[in-house]
Structures are given as C-alpha cells and as structure tokens.
Design a protein around this ligand. Structure first.
Ligand code: NDP
Ligand code: OXD
Length: 307
C-alpha cells in the first residue's frame, strides 16, 4: 500500500514519520509531480495536479482538517472517498475556545482587565445569563460539542442546522424557513457551519441585524461566512456589541485590516481548534485499515452537499 502526502502550511516530515509508524506496511512519501501511484492521499489544500495524476488508483483522500471547502472546489477523482477528520481532538478545543469567548464577553472581563491596568477597584452590575441566549449555526460534530459545553454554564442554547436535530437541552431550528426565528431568539451567535455555496456570506447585515440588540458574533468556521465590510457598521450602530473572529476572508489577516485594531473585535489566527497530529494519524490509520477490510468509515464527505 502506498500513501502520498501533500500538506500546504504544514511540514510533511513529522506526518510522514507518524504515518509510517502507524502503518508500517505502507510506503509513505511526500507527493511531487510524477510521484508513483498511491492508494491513499493525506492532504491539506492539495493542488489539482495531485488529484488528476493520482485519480486512477486512489481509494481515499484524507483531509487533515474538518472543513473540506478547499477540496470540494477541485475536480475530485470519481472513485475515491473524500474523508474529513471527525473530531480528532478538535471538538473539545472548539468548546473551550467558544466558552472562553462567550464568558469573556458575558462577564465583561475586558472591562476588568482595563480597570486593573489603571489600578481601579470597580464593579459592573451583574448580567443575567437568560438575557444571553447562544445560537449555534451548524449542529454537526463541533456544534453539538460546543452546545454541550455552553449548557454547563447554564446559558439558553439554540441550534440551527439544515435538517432537524433533537439535541438535549437545545432549542432546535432547521432550514431557511426557521433561520429568522433562530436569529431573533439568539444574542450570541456562534458560526460552526461548513463553507458551501448555501452558507457563503451568511453572516451579513440582513442576518446579523436580526440578532437581539447588543448581539455578539463568534466566527470560528470560515472567513467566507462573514461579509467583512458589514461588521464594523453593525458595531458602530450598537446593534452588535463585539465579535471574536478566528477566521478571515484572507489569511493571514492583512496587516492593514481594520479588524486588527478595532477595540471590540478580538482576532485569533485560525487557532480555535488545531489539527492534532497524533490523533489525526491514528484516525486515518484506523480508517485505512477499516476500508481494507471493506468496512464503512465515519467522516465520508458528501461532495454534492459540500460537507
Ligand atoms: P459537520 O459537517 O459535522 O457539521 C456541519 C453542520 O452544519 C451540520 O449540522 C449541518 O446540518 C449544518 N449545515 C450545513 N449546511 C447548512 C445550511 N445550508 N443550513 C443550515 N445548516 C447547515 O462539521 P463540523 O462540525 O465538523 O465543522 C464545522 C466547520 O467548522 C468546518 O466545516 C470548518 O469549516 C470549521 N472548522 C474550523 C476550525 C478552526 O480552527 N477555525 C477547525 C475545524 C473546523 P445537518 O446536520 O442537517 O447536515
Ligand atoms: C479545519 C480547520 O477545518 O482547521 O479543520 O479549519
């Protein structure tokens, strides 16, 4: 068995070493044009040339992330399964990141930090968590884990997905027909949708202005979900009180981008849930072995749906 590896933004050597250790029966090499035919590809944002050249023999294309938007834009081999990382240690990271952003906002911790820096002993009036219902857009692997974590802090939680979901303690909304009710019922909005033609630009003036007054946006999905030029006017009008953004239309975020220096926007460099190499390699190795035995595997992407 041969595995070819191409990881834009990641050094391939530690991955190749880990894959060789996990699958000693496999030949694992970094992909280059003209590389020998492989059975599986392990990729992050691969070039079209890899897919075209390797198409005849590929059984699996393993994306080392959860989001496959960069892959489904390409011409994919018709016979290969496209397989995403299925949690792989990302869900708990996403839960801690979102809870941190939510609690920092709700408990006004930036106010206390500024006060402390000025040596000031001062209080804000307590806020009520029932006034901060959290709406999670995308109730998949990550969204459900985030919903569970947020509920531990006793915030009301709304969830929106394409198809109806029954998740304990979560008020569920589904489809286009319920998106407005979902937004109107939410004050803090967490985006955990895949980026598809249906969700591109979904965070825009018309949708964000339906959130409850003083709304707060946490976008941890993809930069393409947010119409960036709509955000600052909504903050200036007071309708939104702030935003935590981990993903951007252009990454790295350009030096002169207004989000960097806006006092009510927190920027992180696409770091909310990192791919963990050991977990990811163990998951890929397990799935390759299951596929060899003819068993079904989790995380197979429906490429027509786009996630
Ligand atoms: P899943 O595929 O498990 O879940 C996607 C959810 O979105 C599903 O509930 C799905 O609904 C819903 N959905 C999809 N399209 C629509 C639509 N048109 N309308 C309403 N709901 C929709 O994805 P994950 O939870 O694993 O990951 C979500 C995204 O998070 C990834 O695609 C990626 O972009 C991003 N991500 C970001 C990271 C970061 O570091 N910032 C790290 C990892 C992921 P249904 O259940 O009905 O199908
Ligand atoms: C992912 C990501 O999709 O890291 O896994 O963004």
């Amino acid at each position: 068995m041969r595995i070819t590896v191409h990881l834009t933004d990641n050094r391939p050597e530690p991955w190749i070493k880990a894959l060789r250790e996990a699958l000693p029966e496999a030949e694992v090499d970094v992909w280059a044009p003209g590389a020998p035919q492989a059975d599986h590809a392990v990729v992050w944002v691969p070039p079209q040339q890899l897919l075209d050249e390797q198409a005849p023999g590929l059984a699996g294309i393993f994306n080392i992330g959860a989001g496959v938007d960069a892959l489904v834009k390409l011409r994919l081999p018709s016979k290969a399964k496209l397989i995403r990382i299925d949690d792989g240690g990302m869900a708990v990271q996403m839960a801690e990141f979102v809870c941190h952003a939510l609690i920092r906002h709700f408990r006004e911790l930036d106010f206390y930090q500024d006060a402390a820096q000025g040596g000031e002993w001062t209080y804000r009036r307590p806020r009520m968590r029932e006034d901060f219902p959290v709406g999670i857009m995308g109730m998949g692997v990550l969204g459900q884990r985030v919903a569970q974590a947020v509920q531990h802090f006793e915030f009301p939680v709304n969830g929106w997905s394409r198809t109806p979901k029954a998740v304990d303690g979560v008020r569920g909304f589904a489809g286009e027909e319920q998106v407005n009710d979902f937004l109107a019922a939410s004050r803090v909005l967490v985006c955990l949708l895949p980026l598809t033609p249906d969700t591109h630009g979904i965070l825009r003036r018309e949708t964000l202005s339906q959130l409850q007054f003083g709304g707060y946006l946490i976008n941890v999905a993809r930069g393409g979900h947010l119409v960036e030029e709509d955000l600052i006017p909504l903050l200036d009008s007071g309708h939104l009180s702030g935003a935590t953004l981990d993903v951007f239309q252009t990454e790295p975020l350009p030096e002169d981008h207004p989000f960097w220096r806006h006092p009510r926007i927190s920027v992180t460099p696409h770091a909310s849930a990192r791919t963990l190499r050991d977990e990811t390699v163990a998951q890929i190795a397990g799935k390759i072995r299951a596929m060899a035995r003819g068993e079904p595997v989790a995380g197979v992407v429906d490429t027509t749906r786009g996630y």
